[in-house]
Design a protein around this ligand. Structure first.
Ligand SMILES: [Zn+2]
Ligand SMILES: [Zn+2]
Length: 421
Protein backbone atom coordinates (compact mmCIF):
# COMPACT_ATOMS: atom_id res chain seq x y z
CA UNK A 1 0.00 0.00 0.00
CA UNK A 2 1.50 3.36 -0.97
CA UNK A 3 1.90 6.04 1.64
CA UNK A 4 -0.12 8.25 -0.66
CA UNK A 5 -3.03 5.87 -0.22
CA UNK A 6 -2.68 5.89 3.53
CA UNK A 7 -2.57 9.66 3.56
CA UNK A 8 -5.45 10.29 1.19
CA UNK A 9 -7.86 7.41 1.41
CA UNK A 10 -7.58 5.73 4.79
CA UNK A 11 -10.55 7.39 6.42
CA UNK A 12 -13.27 6.02 4.15
CA UNK A 13 -14.62 3.69 6.84
CA UNK A 14 -14.85 6.56 9.34
CA UNK A 15 -16.70 8.66 6.79
CA UNK A 16 -19.06 5.77 5.99
CA UNK A 17 -19.75 5.27 9.70
CA UNK A 18 -20.36 8.97 10.35
CA UNK A 19 -23.99 9.76 11.23
CA UNK A 20 -24.31 11.91 8.12
CA UNK A 21 -23.53 9.06 5.72
CA UNK A 22 -24.86 6.19 7.88
CA UNK A 23 -28.29 7.73 8.52
CA UNK A 24 -28.62 8.62 4.86
CA UNK A 25 -27.77 5.03 3.93
CA UNK A 26 -30.51 3.77 6.28
CA UNK A 27 -33.12 5.99 4.68
CA UNK A 28 -32.04 4.96 1.16
CA UNK A 29 -32.09 1.25 1.94
CA UNK A 30 -35.44 1.39 3.69
CA UNK A 31 -37.01 3.35 0.84
CA UNK A 32 -35.77 0.77 -1.67
CA UNK A 33 -36.76 -2.11 0.62
CA UNK A 34 -40.33 -0.83 0.90
CA UNK A 35 -40.68 -0.63 -2.88
CA UNK A 36 -39.12 -3.78 -4.38
CA UNK A 37 -39.19 -4.14 -8.17
CA UNK A 38 -38.49 -7.26 -10.24
CA UNK A 39 -35.87 -7.58 -13.01
CA UNK A 40 -36.08 -4.97 -15.81
CA UNK A 41 -38.91 -3.27 -13.90
CA UNK A 42 -36.66 -1.31 -11.51
CA UNK A 43 -38.07 2.03 -12.74
CA UNK A 44 -38.60 3.70 -9.35
CA UNK A 45 -35.32 2.34 -7.97
CA UNK A 46 -33.54 3.66 -11.05
CA UNK A 47 -35.25 7.04 -10.63
CA UNK A 48 -34.19 7.21 -6.97
CA UNK A 49 -30.59 6.40 -7.93
CA UNK A 50 -30.56 9.10 -10.59
CA UNK A 51 -32.04 11.71 -8.27
CA UNK A 52 -29.32 10.94 -5.69
CA UNK A 53 -26.60 11.12 -8.34
CA UNK A 54 -28.06 14.46 -9.48
CA UNK A 55 -27.85 15.76 -5.91
CA UNK A 56 -24.19 14.66 -5.78
CA UNK A 57 -23.51 16.27 -9.15
CA UNK A 58 -22.37 12.94 -10.59
CA UNK A 59 -22.93 12.58 -14.36
CA UNK A 60 -24.50 9.36 -15.59
CA UNK A 61 -25.81 7.55 -18.61
CA UNK A 62 -29.40 6.25 -18.64
CA UNK A 63 -31.17 4.15 -19.73
CA UNK A 64 -28.70 1.33 -20.19
CA UNK A 65 -30.23 -2.17 -20.36
CA UNK A 66 -33.72 -0.69 -19.77
CA UNK A 67 -33.42 0.53 -16.15
CA UNK A 68 -29.63 0.54 -15.66
CA UNK A 69 -27.68 3.66 -14.65
CA UNK A 70 -23.95 4.16 -15.32
CA UNK A 71 -22.30 6.95 -13.28
CA UNK A 72 -18.85 8.53 -13.57
CA UNK A 73 -16.57 10.00 -10.88
CA UNK A 74 -13.03 11.27 -11.43
CA UNK A 75 -11.06 12.73 -14.30
CA UNK A 76 -13.14 11.23 -17.11
CA UNK A 77 -9.85 9.78 -18.36
CA UNK A 78 -8.31 6.28 -18.20
CA UNK A 79 -7.83 4.12 -16.35
CA UNK A 80 -11.48 3.18 -15.82
CA UNK A 81 -12.49 0.91 -12.95
CA UNK A 82 -16.08 -0.22 -12.35
CA UNK A 83 -18.10 -0.91 -9.19
CA UNK A 84 -21.30 -2.87 -9.63
CA UNK A 85 -24.60 -3.10 -7.71
CA UNK A 86 -27.63 -5.10 -8.80
CA UNK A 87 -31.08 -3.53 -8.26
CA UNK A 88 -33.76 -6.21 -8.59
CA UNK A 89 -35.99 -7.91 -6.01
CA UNK A 90 -37.60 -11.36 -5.90
CA UNK A 91 -41.21 -12.59 -6.29
CA UNK A 92 -41.42 -13.47 -2.57
CA UNK A 93 -43.90 -12.27 0.07
CA UNK A 94 -41.95 -10.70 2.94
CA UNK A 95 -42.72 -12.41 6.28
CA UNK A 96 -40.66 -10.12 8.53
CA UNK A 97 -42.86 -7.73 10.51
CA UNK A 98 -41.03 -4.43 10.79
CA UNK A 99 -41.59 -0.77 10.13
CA UNK A 100 -40.10 -0.86 6.64
CA UNK A 101 -41.59 -4.13 5.39
CA UNK A 102 -42.16 -4.41 1.63
CA UNK A 103 -45.26 -2.48 0.61
CA UNK A 104 -45.68 -4.53 -2.55
CA UNK A 105 -47.55 -7.81 -2.11
CA UNK A 106 -45.57 -10.79 -3.36
CA UNK A 107 -42.31 -8.88 -3.92
CA UNK A 108 -39.35 -8.54 -1.58
CA UNK A 109 -35.70 -7.59 -1.54
CA UNK A 110 -34.86 -11.07 -0.27
CA UNK A 111 -31.39 -11.16 -1.87
CA UNK A 112 -30.17 -7.89 -0.35
CA UNK A 113 -29.89 -5.99 -3.61
CA UNK A 114 -31.45 -3.01 -1.78
CA UNK A 115 -28.32 -3.05 0.39
CA UNK A 116 -26.07 -3.33 -2.68
CA UNK A 117 -27.60 -0.22 -4.30
CA UNK A 118 -27.35 1.69 -1.01
CA UNK A 119 -23.68 0.86 -0.45
CA UNK A 120 -22.74 1.80 -4.00
CA UNK A 121 -24.54 5.14 -3.63
CA UNK A 122 -22.64 5.74 -0.38
CA UNK A 123 -19.35 4.82 -2.08
CA UNK A 124 -20.25 7.34 -4.79
CA UNK A 125 -20.81 10.01 -2.13
CA UNK A 126 -17.44 9.29 -0.52
CA UNK A 127 -15.57 9.16 -3.84
CA UNK A 128 -17.21 12.35 -5.10
CA UNK A 129 -15.97 14.07 -1.98
CA UNK A 130 -12.42 12.96 -2.89
CA UNK A 131 -12.82 13.44 -6.63
CA UNK A 132 -9.74 15.67 -6.99
CA UNK A 133 -7.49 12.90 -5.70
CA UNK A 134 -8.89 10.21 -8.00
CA UNK A 135 -6.33 9.27 -10.65
CA UNK A 136 -8.70 8.14 -13.38
CA UNK A 137 -12.40 7.34 -13.52
CA UNK A 138 -14.65 5.25 -11.31
CA UNK A 139 -17.60 3.84 -13.28
CA UNK A 140 -20.70 3.12 -11.16
CA UNK A 141 -22.76 0.26 -12.56
CA UNK A 142 -26.35 0.07 -11.27
CA UNK A 143 -27.49 -3.08 -13.01
CA UNK A 144 -30.99 -4.53 -13.54
CA UNK A 145 -32.20 -8.11 -13.42
CA UNK A 146 -29.54 -10.21 -11.69
CA UNK A 147 -32.09 -12.81 -10.58
CA UNK A 148 -32.24 -15.12 -13.57
CA UNK A 149 -32.44 -12.72 -16.49
CA UNK A 150 -28.76 -11.81 -16.80
CA UNK A 151 -28.94 -8.01 -16.69
CA UNK A 152 -25.13 -7.95 -16.60
CA UNK A 153 -25.06 -9.46 -20.08
CA UNK A 154 -27.24 -6.63 -21.40
CA UNK A 155 -24.96 -4.04 -19.75
CA UNK A 156 -21.93 -5.59 -21.49
CA UNK A 157 -23.76 -5.72 -24.82
CA UNK A 158 -24.62 -2.01 -24.55
CA UNK A 159 -20.86 -1.30 -24.84
CA UNK A 160 -20.73 1.19 -21.94
CA UNK A 161 -17.94 -0.71 -20.19
CA UNK A 162 -15.62 -1.19 -23.15
CA UNK A 163 -12.82 0.99 -21.69
CA UNK A 164 -13.09 -0.48 -18.19
CA UNK A 165 -10.08 -2.58 -17.13
CA UNK A 166 -11.38 -4.07 -13.86
CA UNK A 167 -14.69 -4.48 -12.03
CA UNK A 168 -15.56 -5.15 -8.38
CA UNK A 169 -18.83 -6.44 -6.94
CA UNK A 170 -20.04 -7.69 -3.59
CA UNK A 171 -22.85 -9.72 -2.09
CA UNK A 172 -24.24 -9.40 1.41
CA UNK A 173 -24.11 -12.65 3.41
CA UNK A 174 -26.39 -13.05 6.47
CA UNK A 175 -24.23 -15.90 7.80
CA UNK A 176 -21.10 -13.71 8.07
CA UNK A 177 -20.60 -11.28 11.01
CA UNK A 178 -20.61 -7.52 10.44
CA UNK A 179 -17.16 -6.15 9.62
CA UNK A 180 -15.99 -9.42 8.06
CA UNK A 181 -15.50 -10.37 4.43
CA UNK A 182 -15.10 -13.64 2.57
CA UNK A 183 -13.24 -13.97 -0.69
CA UNK A 184 -11.07 -16.24 -2.78
CA UNK A 185 -8.99 -16.28 -5.91
CA UNK A 186 -10.33 -18.38 -8.81
CA UNK A 187 -13.83 -19.92 -8.96
CA UNK A 188 -16.10 -18.72 -6.13
CA UNK A 189 -19.58 -19.39 -7.58
CA UNK A 190 -20.73 -22.01 -10.05
CA UNK A 191 -21.91 -21.63 -13.62
CA UNK A 192 -25.63 -22.27 -13.81
CA UNK A 193 -28.00 -23.34 -16.55
CA UNK A 194 -31.64 -24.41 -16.78
CA UNK A 195 -33.35 -27.05 -18.87
CA UNK A 196 -36.90 -28.01 -19.62
CA UNK A 197 -37.96 -31.14 -21.50
CA UNK A 198 -41.24 -32.31 -22.94
CA UNK A 199 -41.53 -36.10 -23.07
CA UNK A 200 -44.36 -37.20 -25.35
CA UNK A 201 -46.05 -40.60 -25.28
CA UNK A 202 -49.63 -41.54 -26.06
CA UNK A 203 -52.41 -41.05 -23.56
CA UNK A 204 -55.15 -43.53 -22.77
CA UNK A 205 -57.05 -45.49 -20.10
CA UNK A 206 -54.85 -46.30 -17.12
CA UNK A 207 -56.33 -49.80 -16.92
CA UNK A 208 -55.31 -50.64 -20.49
CA UNK A 209 -51.62 -49.60 -20.57
CA UNK A 210 -50.86 -51.72 -23.64
CA UNK A 211 -52.82 -49.19 -25.75
CA UNK A 212 -50.85 -46.22 -24.45
CA UNK A 213 -47.23 -45.09 -24.40
CA UNK A 214 -46.68 -44.00 -20.82
CA UNK A 215 -44.65 -40.74 -20.59
CA UNK A 216 -44.70 -40.80 -16.76
CA UNK A 217 -42.67 -43.99 -16.57
CA UNK A 218 -40.37 -42.70 -19.33
CA UNK A 219 -39.82 -39.40 -17.48
CA UNK A 220 -39.15 -41.29 -14.25
CA UNK A 221 -36.39 -43.27 -15.95
CA UNK A 222 -35.00 -40.09 -17.49
CA UNK A 223 -34.73 -38.53 -14.03
CA UNK A 224 -32.99 -41.59 -12.58
CA UNK A 225 -30.56 -41.68 -15.51
CA UNK A 226 -29.70 -38.01 -15.07
CA UNK A 227 -28.37 -38.85 -11.58
CA UNK A 228 -25.52 -40.85 -13.14
CA UNK A 229 -24.04 -37.70 -14.67
CA UNK A 230 -22.66 -36.41 -11.38
CA UNK A 231 -22.20 -39.75 -9.59
CA UNK A 232 -20.51 -41.67 -12.45
CA UNK A 233 -19.31 -39.31 -15.19
CA UNK A 234 -18.02 -36.31 -13.25
CA UNK A 235 -14.65 -36.14 -11.51
CA UNK A 236 -15.52 -36.44 -7.78
CA UNK A 237 -13.12 -33.54 -7.12
CA UNK A 238 -14.88 -31.29 -9.66
CA UNK A 239 -18.13 -30.25 -7.95
CA UNK A 240 -21.25 -30.41 -10.12
CA UNK A 241 -25.01 -30.49 -9.63
CA UNK A 242 -27.91 -31.77 -11.74
CA UNK A 243 -31.29 -31.28 -10.07
CA UNK A 244 -34.69 -32.03 -11.58
CA UNK A 245 -36.92 -29.61 -9.71
CA UNK A 246 -40.03 -29.75 -11.84
CA UNK A 247 -42.18 -32.73 -12.85
CA UNK A 248 -45.59 -32.08 -14.35
CA UNK A 249 -47.78 -34.72 -15.93
CA UNK A 250 -51.26 -36.13 -15.67
CA UNK A 251 -54.19 -34.80 -13.70
CA UNK A 252 -56.20 -37.77 -12.56
CA UNK A 253 -55.96 -41.36 -11.26
CA UNK A 254 -57.14 -43.35 -14.24
CA UNK A 255 -55.76 -41.61 -17.33
CA UNK A 256 -52.27 -41.97 -18.76
CA UNK A 257 -51.37 -38.47 -20.01
CA UNK A 258 -50.07 -37.62 -23.48
CA UNK A 259 -46.95 -35.93 -22.18
CA UNK A 260 -44.86 -34.96 -19.16
CA UNK A 261 -42.79 -31.84 -18.63
CA UNK A 262 -39.68 -31.93 -16.47
CA UNK A 263 -37.20 -29.18 -15.72
CA UNK A 264 -34.23 -28.36 -13.56
CA UNK A 265 -30.83 -26.80 -13.13
CA UNK A 266 -27.24 -27.87 -13.76
CA UNK A 267 -24.13 -26.35 -12.20
CA UNK A 268 -20.37 -26.62 -12.56
CA UNK A 269 -17.23 -24.60 -11.87
CA UNK A 270 -15.50 -24.98 -15.21
CA UNK A 271 -16.76 -24.19 -18.68
CA UNK A 272 -15.69 -27.60 -19.86
CA UNK A 273 -17.69 -29.45 -17.19
CA UNK A 274 -20.61 -27.12 -17.72
CA UNK A 275 -20.74 -27.73 -21.47
CA UNK A 276 -20.31 -31.46 -20.94
CA UNK A 277 -23.32 -31.52 -18.59
CA UNK A 278 -25.44 -29.59 -21.06
CA UNK A 279 -24.61 -31.93 -23.91
CA UNK A 280 -25.17 -35.09 -21.85
CA UNK A 281 -28.44 -33.86 -20.29
CA UNK A 282 -29.90 -33.59 -23.78
CA UNK A 283 -28.53 -36.97 -24.88
CA UNK A 284 -29.86 -38.73 -21.80
CA UNK A 285 -33.33 -37.20 -21.97
CA UNK A 286 -33.76 -37.93 -25.69
CA UNK A 287 -32.13 -41.38 -25.50
CA UNK A 288 -33.87 -42.60 -22.36
CA UNK A 289 -37.25 -41.36 -23.61
CA UNK A 290 -36.68 -43.32 -26.85
CA UNK A 291 -36.02 -46.50 -24.84
CA UNK A 292 -39.62 -46.13 -23.62
CA UNK A 293 -40.97 -45.33 -27.13
CA UNK A 294 -41.43 -41.63 -26.28
CA UNK A 295 -40.21 -38.53 -28.09
CA UNK A 296 -38.43 -35.84 -26.11
CA UNK A 297 -37.45 -32.27 -26.89
CA UNK A 298 -35.06 -30.35 -24.64
CA UNK A 299 -35.01 -26.57 -24.26
CA UNK A 300 -32.12 -24.85 -22.46
CA UNK A 301 -34.12 -21.61 -22.21
CA UNK A 302 -31.28 -19.50 -23.62
CA UNK A 303 -33.60 -16.60 -24.50
CA UNK A 304 -35.57 -16.30 -21.27
CA UNK A 305 -33.06 -17.59 -18.73
CA UNK A 306 -29.53 -17.29 -20.14
CA UNK A 307 -27.06 -19.63 -18.48
CA UNK A 308 -24.61 -17.88 -16.13
CA UNK A 309 -20.90 -18.64 -16.50
CA UNK A 310 -18.91 -19.57 -13.36
CA UNK A 311 -17.83 -16.57 -11.25
CA UNK A 312 -14.03 -16.72 -11.39
CA UNK A 313 -11.99 -14.15 -9.46
CA UNK A 314 -8.85 -12.69 -11.03
CA UNK A 315 -5.71 -13.52 -9.03
CA UNK A 316 -4.17 -10.02 -9.31
CA UNK A 317 -7.39 -8.42 -8.14
CA UNK A 318 -7.50 -10.94 -5.29
CA UNK A 319 -4.17 -9.63 -4.07
CA UNK A 320 -5.45 -6.07 -4.41
CA UNK A 321 -8.65 -6.89 -2.54
CA UNK A 322 -6.88 -8.66 0.33
CA UNK A 323 -4.47 -5.70 0.73
CA UNK A 324 -7.31 -3.19 0.89
CA UNK A 325 -9.54 -5.34 3.12
CA UNK A 326 -6.79 -6.28 5.61
CA UNK A 327 -5.71 -2.65 5.80
CA UNK A 328 -9.27 -1.55 6.54
CA UNK A 329 -10.70 -4.42 8.62
CA UNK A 330 -7.69 -6.20 10.11
CA UNK A 331 -6.31 -9.58 9.14
CA UNK A 332 -8.70 -11.53 11.41
CA UNK A 333 -11.72 -10.17 9.60
CA UNK A 334 -10.68 -11.29 6.12
CA UNK A 335 -11.26 -14.90 5.13
CA UNK A 336 -9.28 -15.03 1.90
CA UNK A 337 -10.06 -18.67 1.11
CA UNK A 338 -13.83 -19.11 1.50
CA UNK A 339 -15.43 -22.34 0.36
CA UNK A 340 -16.98 -21.78 -3.08
CA UNK A 341 -20.75 -22.14 -3.41
CA UNK A 342 -22.89 -23.84 -6.07
CA UNK A 343 -24.95 -20.65 -6.24
CA UNK A 344 -24.51 -18.44 -9.32
CA UNK A 345 -24.19 -14.74 -10.10
CA UNK A 346 -24.49 -12.85 -13.34
CA UNK A 347 -21.41 -10.84 -12.23
CA UNK A 348 -19.63 -13.61 -14.14
CA UNK A 349 -20.65 -11.98 -17.45
CA UNK A 350 -18.39 -9.03 -16.63
CA UNK A 351 -15.55 -11.43 -15.85
CA UNK A 352 -15.91 -12.92 -19.32
CA UNK A 353 -14.72 -9.62 -20.84
CA UNK A 354 -12.47 -8.10 -18.14
CA UNK A 355 -10.73 -9.06 -14.89
CA UNK A 356 -13.34 -8.97 -12.13
CA UNK A 357 -13.55 -9.59 -8.42
CA UNK A 358 -16.57 -10.64 -6.36
CA UNK A 359 -16.55 -10.85 -2.57
CA UNK A 360 -18.90 -11.57 0.33
CA UNK A 361 -19.78 -8.95 2.94
CA UNK A 362 -21.00 -9.79 6.46
CA UNK A 363 -24.47 -8.52 7.45
CA UNK A 364 -25.32 -11.04 10.19
CA UNK A 365 -28.07 -10.12 12.60
CA UNK A 366 -27.76 -10.65 16.37
CA UNK A 367 -30.93 -12.77 16.25
CA UNK A 368 -29.71 -14.66 13.20
CA UNK A 369 -31.38 -18.03 12.70
CA UNK A 370 -29.52 -19.80 9.88
CA UNK A 371 -32.56 -21.82 8.83
CA UNK A 372 -34.69 -18.71 8.40
CA UNK A 373 -32.63 -15.60 7.76
CA UNK A 374 -30.89 -16.67 4.58
CA UNK A 375 -30.79 -15.17 1.10
CA UNK A 376 -34.01 -15.78 -0.89
CA UNK A 377 -35.91 -16.43 2.36
CA UNK A 378 -39.07 -14.43 3.20
CA UNK A 379 -37.56 -14.11 6.69
CA UNK A 380 -34.30 -12.49 5.58
CA UNK A 381 -33.17 -9.75 7.95
CA UNK A 382 -30.08 -7.79 7.07
CA UNK A 383 -27.96 -6.04 9.67
CA UNK A 384 -27.56 -2.51 8.34
CA UNK A 385 -24.46 -2.01 10.53
CA UNK A 386 -22.59 -3.90 7.82
CA UNK A 387 -23.22 -1.19 5.22
CA UNK A 388 -20.35 1.21 6.09
CA UNK A 389 -17.89 -1.63 5.45
CA UNK A 390 -19.31 -2.33 2.01
CA UNK A 391 -19.41 1.34 1.06
CA UNK A 392 -15.86 1.99 2.29
CA UNK A 393 -14.49 -1.15 0.61
CA UNK A 394 -16.08 -0.18 -2.71
CA UNK A 395 -14.61 3.33 -2.50
CA UNK A 396 -11.21 2.11 -1.40
CA UNK A 397 -10.95 -0.74 -3.91
CA UNK A 398 -11.65 1.61 -6.81
CA UNK A 399 -9.54 4.59 -5.72
CA UNK A 400 -6.48 2.49 -4.88
CA UNK A 401 -6.85 0.44 -8.07
CA UNK A 402 -6.67 3.68 -10.05
CA UNK A 403 -3.63 4.86 -8.08
CA UNK A 404 -1.86 1.62 -8.88
CA UNK A 405 -2.75 1.75 -12.54
CA UNK A 406 -2.51 5.46 -13.22
CA UNK A 407 -1.25 6.12 -16.68
CA UNK A 408 0.24 8.94 -18.66
CA UNK A 409 -0.96 7.48 -21.88
CA UNK A 410 -0.38 9.64 -24.94
CA UNK A 411 -3.72 10.46 -26.52
CA UNK A 412 -5.53 9.63 -23.30
CA UNK A 413 -7.34 12.94 -23.41
CA UNK A 414 -9.53 11.91 -26.30
CA UNK A 415 -11.17 9.06 -24.40
CA UNK A 416 -13.20 11.15 -21.99
CA UNK A 417 -16.17 9.21 -20.72
CA UNK A 418 -18.74 11.36 -22.51
CA UNK A 419 -17.15 10.62 -25.88
CA UNK A 420 -16.81 7.03 -24.86
CA UNK A 421 -20.45 6.37 -24.06
ZN1 LIG B 1 -30.45 -13.84 -5.38
ZN1 LIG C 1 -28.19 -11.56 -5.09
Amino acid sequence: MSSFFKFKFNNFLDIAKSPEVFDWMMSMRRKIHENPELGYEEFETSKLIRSELDKMDIPYKHPVAITGVIGYIGTGLPPFVALRADMDALPIQEMVEWEHKSKVAGKMHACGHDAHVTMLLAAAKILKHHEKEIQGTVVLVFQPAEEGSGGAKKIIESGVLKSVTAIFGLHVVPELPVGEVGCKSGPILAGSGSFEAKIRGKGGHAAVPQHSIDPILAASNVIISLQYLVSREADPLDSQVVTVAKFQGGSTFNVIPDYVTIGGTYRAFSKQSFNHLRQRIEQIIVGQAAVHRCNATVDFLDDVKPSYPPTVNDSNLHEHFVNVAVNMLGINKVNSAVTPSMGAEDFSFYQEVMPGYFFMLGVQNASHNPSESSLHSPYLEINEDGFPYGAALHASLASTYLLKHQQNMPGATDTKYHDEV
